[in-house]
Design a protein. Sequence first.
Length: 254
Amino acid sequence: MNIPWKIGPEPDQVISYGDSVDQIIDLYQGDGPLITLIHGGYWRPVHTREHMRALAGKLVTHGFKVANIEYRRDPGNPEKLLNDVNQALEKLTDSIALIGFSVGGQIALISKSKAHKLILLAPITDLQRTKDEHLGEGAVDIFFGNRELSPFDPMLKKYEQHLYLIHGDADDRVLPMRRPAGPFRQRVSPGGAEAGALRPARLGGGVSAGCGLARLRSQRPRRHRRPLHHPRRGSRLRRHPPGERHLPRRRLPR
């Protein structure tokens, strides 16, 4: 079988947080703060933390320590998965950010993470919609069965962390979040999502805290900077020949 993703480097260390072979965490050493990763895969065991190793390796090159969580997936028992992730997060309390991909984004959103920032890459944010539209070949029905979805649905929760949602508008497997009621701004990238490299000194800002996904607010747009030599209100702008520099008027001594 051809693997459609790039396999990243092996971890520097693997630790356990339980007795199962799936209750483990890959650790990558770095000089900066800790970032935690949660992989996706529509709750299917065939998809593992290997999906996130390339991202882990990239983050290490930018000065981060990285923890990459594995967890158990038992159809009909979503509590087991959530308990695994929360148990792993108890060993990673110094993590400054939690990055979840696809289902990993859904898990990050409903977890008990104490990280200040949640970075969600093509996350599943609406379980009921995912079920109704039979996405992932009926992944919600297969994993949750007849269980009540509300305890596991990110749309029904409020958040104190800063949220970053990154999703390409051409994704037809995990649909981008619908535009909710209330104030909401988002940026989409045709055919995919673009994001700059994460650096320890620049991991700031984000979406307003203390809100739910149903009323998600993004940060205010940046104001345009004034020109260096902007005329005062009521004054006239003196025109200069092309190429001549506009110098401030010098004040003559009295």
